[in-house]
Design a protein around this ligand. Structure first.
Ligand code: NAG
Ligand code: NAG
Length: 176
């Protein structure tokens, strides 16, 4: 009886460790620039170990604000299904957002770049270089499989018109 319990306990512990030791790998990234007169954005995946992301944004005009909307998707039944989507967040409110997905993306990007969180957003070059995502930093447990993080950016012009700027998709695989 005791032996069985110990066995169960061991199974639980080893199962737990198995999940923790799963690994998250960065697969690819795609950037769609929606208004190339307002700005140009590029993303690339570097073959470092682990892989990392370089993101460069060249803003050609000032904007009153830039709104970001974040989404997380899980690949189930042959397609990416949305798991979480945030509201549109003003770039100047990023540091004080209490949404776990927004906080996570903001903290990771701030580590390795000079993305601004000041409004108005001045024209210039902003970058995130060599961003790696470690599983231990992800704010939620991940089942194994394929994932996508999506960020949509919209500029707010001085006349308050909204200009869709880009859609960024980052693809991951979690394996256990
Ligand atoms: C980003 O924009 C696309 C196209 O409009 C839309 O299908 C998608 O749901 C948006 N994603 C987020 C996270 O807002
Ligand atoms: C961000 O850093 C890059 C590279 O050092 C620099 O060229 C650029 O001017 C900086 N951008 C801003 C807005 O400070």
């Amino acid at each position: 009886m005791l032996a069985v319990n110990v066995m169960n306990l061991l199974l639980i512990i080893t199962n737990g460790m198995f999940v923790v030791s799963g690994s998250l790998s960065l697969d690819s990234a795609e950037m769609r620039v929606l208004d190339s007169t307002f700005g140009n954005c590029e993303v690339k995946i570097l073959p470092t170990k682990p892989k990392s992301i370089d993101l460069d944004v060249h803003a050609f005009s000032d904007a009153k604000d830039v709104l970001l909307q974040f989404g997380a998707f899980s690949f189930i039944d042959g397609k990416y299904n949305e798991v979480i989507e945030t509201e549109k967040v003003s770039i100047c409110d990023l540091p004080k957002s209490d949404n776990p997905l927004v906080q996570f993306m903001y903290k990771e990007m701030k580590k390795v770049g000079n993305l601004t969180t000041a409004c108005p957003v001045l024209k210039g070059h902003y970058y995130v270089h060599g961003l790696t995502v470690y599983e231990s930093d992800v704010p939620m447990p991940l089942p194994s499989g394929k994932f996508k993080l999506e960020v949509n950016g919209t500029a707010i012009k001085d006349d308050n018109n909204a200009v869709p700027l880009f859609e960024l998709d980052i693809f991951f695989t979690e394996s256990v």
